[in-house]
Design a protein around this ligand. Structure first.
Ligand code: KG4
Ligand code: ZN
Length: 379
């Protein structure tokens, strides 16, 4: 069982991806076709367009992943596909294709939870680097456009177990980045642009209070009795909107939106040319508040649950300030923290193939009637 090649397929949102991973720890190929250009004009992901784009891209993307890995349809040992959570129509494209391919090739098919995939992106790369000294329990923050979840993760007898100990009550952190960027006329997706612009502003200029989650009562506990560590990001988006209105920033935002949409691929200089000091300060303050909130709550949960290791993964884990702050603050507490490389932070299929490997060893294969689970809890 030392050399098992799994072909992973991911189509849960706006990336069509395929990858080949050897034995859960060697990334052999990784192809991601991003649909950003298609959705950009609408300021967010349009589900019907996403399904159509997946249909168009899935065959060439899988073919390229096999070619890059010097594998063939026949030579891989198993297929893995994202079952959920995600957009139902988008997931169905990947699942239907993977099911048909597995049936035609007479290979096992493994269904993977997308959130478990994000956690395994970290494991895959750490193992690839030769780091096998993982101490348990791991506390994993999965922070993306659709999710802000905290899991305690443990490996026992080659199986993985997850316990959800916190989640967002409303918007996901990535969603807040996207909505604030849209609100400021910076286009879609918002995270990468805000990340680049934030270092040009003063993060102390605008005060955003940390969200305080009030538990309904004392019995409002997470999972097996531990306290919950919940997040909330719709308030900060409203606070940014209020700041924009109070400071009469709308005309400048409209002008920026217009100017940037006239440039096909705006560079940092184009964004900077369109942002005055007040806007840059607002962006920097927003990002600082988001980062502080994510880091403070995650580290409090780590203390509460005696976590031995921290994982930070998902699209927002690509954020520079988030990484720097986690590294600094976790080091102060003697807690090792691991992130995926940036290409494996955002959606990809390598994480799906990696998460499938322990299931392959257990022969935990998908039933023939496997279907999409748009809201698919983990743990
Ligand atoms: O994991 P992902 O590709 O898809 C989901 O599963 O949602 O995450 C996409 C999200 C988007 O909201 C995007 O704005 C955010 O991740 N993102 C970032 C950065 N790069 C991507 N947020 C903050 N800073 C970044 N550098
Ligand atoms: Zn994701």
């Amino acid at each position: 069982m030392s050399s098992i090649h799994i072909l992973g397929i991911e189509s849960s949102c706006d990336e069509t991806a395929a990858a080949v991973v050897r034995s859960g720890e060697q990334l052999i190929s990784n192809v991601v076709y991003s649909q950003i250009a298609t959705h950009q004009a609408y300021g967010g992901v349009v589900p019907e367009l996403a399904s159509r784009e997946h249909l168009r891209a899935i065959v060439p993307v899988v073919r390229k992943a096999l070619e890059d890995a010097k594998q063939t349809y026949e030579s891989v040992d198993a297929l893995a596909v994202t079952q959920g959570p995600g957009l139902a129509g988008a997931l169905l494209v990947g699942i239907s294709y993977a099911k048909a391919l597995a049936f035609a090739l007479d290979k096992p098919l493994i269904a993977v939870n997308h959130l478990e995939g994000h956690i395994h992106a970290v494991l895959l790369e750490e193992r690839q680097k030769g780091n096998r000294e993982l101490r348990f329990p791991v506390l994993a923050l999965v922070v993306s456009g659709g999710h802000t979840h905290l899991y305690l993760a443990e490996e026992r007898d080659s199986s993985w177990f997850y316990r959800n100990i916190g989640h967002t009550r409303d918007d996901a952190a990535g969603e807040a980045f996207d909505k604030v960027a849209k609100l400021l006329g910076l286009g879609y997706p918002g995270g990468p642009v805000i990340d680049k612009l934030a270092r040009h502003g003063d993060p102390h200029a605008v005060k955003f209070p940390l969200s305080q989650i009030k538990h309904r009562d004392r019995r409002d506990k997470g999972g097996n009795g531990g306290p919950t560590a919940d997040f909330s990001y719709s308030g900060i988006k409203t606070a940014v909107l209020r700041y924009v209105e109070t400071n009469a920033m709308q005309p400048a935002i409209e002008a920026r939106r217009k100017a940037l949409s006239a440039i096909s691929k705006p560079a940092l200089e184009d964004y900077l040319a369109q942002c005055d000091r007040k806007t840059l300060d607002l962006i920097a303050s927003f990002q600082r508040a988001m980062v502080d909130d994510l880091v403070t709550k995650t580290l409090a949960a780590a203390r509460e649950h005696d976590a031995a290791t921290l994982f930070v993964t998902g699209g927002v884990a690509a954020n520079n300030e988030l990484r720097e702050t986690f590294e600094r603050k976790a080091a102060e507490e003697g807690l090792p923290v691991y992130f995926p490389s940036r290409p494996l932070s955002t959606d990809n299929a390598a994480m799906i193939a990696a998460a499938a490997y322990p299931k392959f060893l257990r022969r935990d294969f998908a039933p023939p009637d496997l279907s999409a689970e748009a809201s698919f809890p983990l743990g």
